[in-house]
Design a protein around this ligand. Sequence first.
Ligand code: HEC
Ligand code: HEC
Length: 269
Amino acid sequence: MLMKKKIEPNSIHNYLLVVLALVSFLGLAVAITSSQISSNSLTAEPPLVSTEYLSEIEGKSDIEKVEVVVTPPEFPENLSEVEKGELLYKQNCVFCHQADAIGKPGLAPSLTNKDLLANASDNFFLTTISKGRSGTGMPSFAHLNEKNLRSIIAFLRSHSDVSNVSDEVNAQPDAHGDPRLGKQWFKQICSTCHGVRGDGYIAGGTGTAIGKKGFLDVVSDGFIRATIKEGRSNTRMLGFQGASGLANLSDQEIDDIIVYLRSIPMLGQ
Ligand code: HEC
Ligand code: HEC
């Protein structure tokens, strides 16, 4: 029979607790010593080898390759695509991109921004999320398979009812212009937030790494052009055309900047 008892100070229970603590302490000590003994006895075995060495001796030994298998998450039945995406988002992205993916300047950009969602294709998201952006804080999530990534995208898109115009944006002609003029604009206006080489947050600003391959290789000139013209509402990225812009750049000036941006990775450090 179970009885609720009040533990009185100095009662027998307290002594029992002390004895219990002592016993577990001794047990721990024994465990540590025995693990030391067993690791000592391991030193008689060949030392741990690097993977290079492993491949050298491949075929000559029966050491098996260890394969790391990451199992994609499993969900309760009948969750909608958006709900799955929300779960995955909370597990993998919320730490940096914040609740509701609103982002945080200098930590991670907003993913529910309506201008981003309008201009970015699903492929842009798929590639960016699975490859990450090397040299920035955006890690690769290749281990989440495409199906899961598509659920995350559905969750992100559920935050905005703007229509996705990425097909038209990506079909825009490539930029032609003078990178030297673009460089001047970039240094004058963009580098304050994006860094002098477009390095992004590493340079101390709030803008992302638009001079790095992780961004440039994934986006079309149309995407960059639309972002410069329209900006990203409710972020520090204001549009650069029209009266409300930080500066009123002409179409040609914007193209000069794009051509310069594309040349940054080729210029080296
Ligand atoms: C450790 C922090 C971190 C985590 C975790 C993280 N991100 Fe990012 N993410 C970033 C940073 C930093 C950038 C901006 C990189 C740059 O400067 O270009 C970014 C950029 C992005 C972009 C490009 C946005 C744009 O404006 O072009 C997308 C899309 C994105 N992340 C999606 C995700 C998703 C989805 C997850 C979860 C599966 C995730 N990220 C997890 C830090 C993170
Ligand atoms: C006052 C700061 C600021 C200035 C100045 C600025 N940007 Fe930005 N830019 C940002 C921020 C912040 C973001 C990301 C928005 C977010 O955090 O959600 C961004 C995003 C972008 C993006 C999208 C990048 C991506 O990762 O998807 C492009 C392209 C861009 N800016 C180009 C430019 C260009 C070109 C200039 C100069 C003409 C410029 N920006 C000037 C702050 C700035």
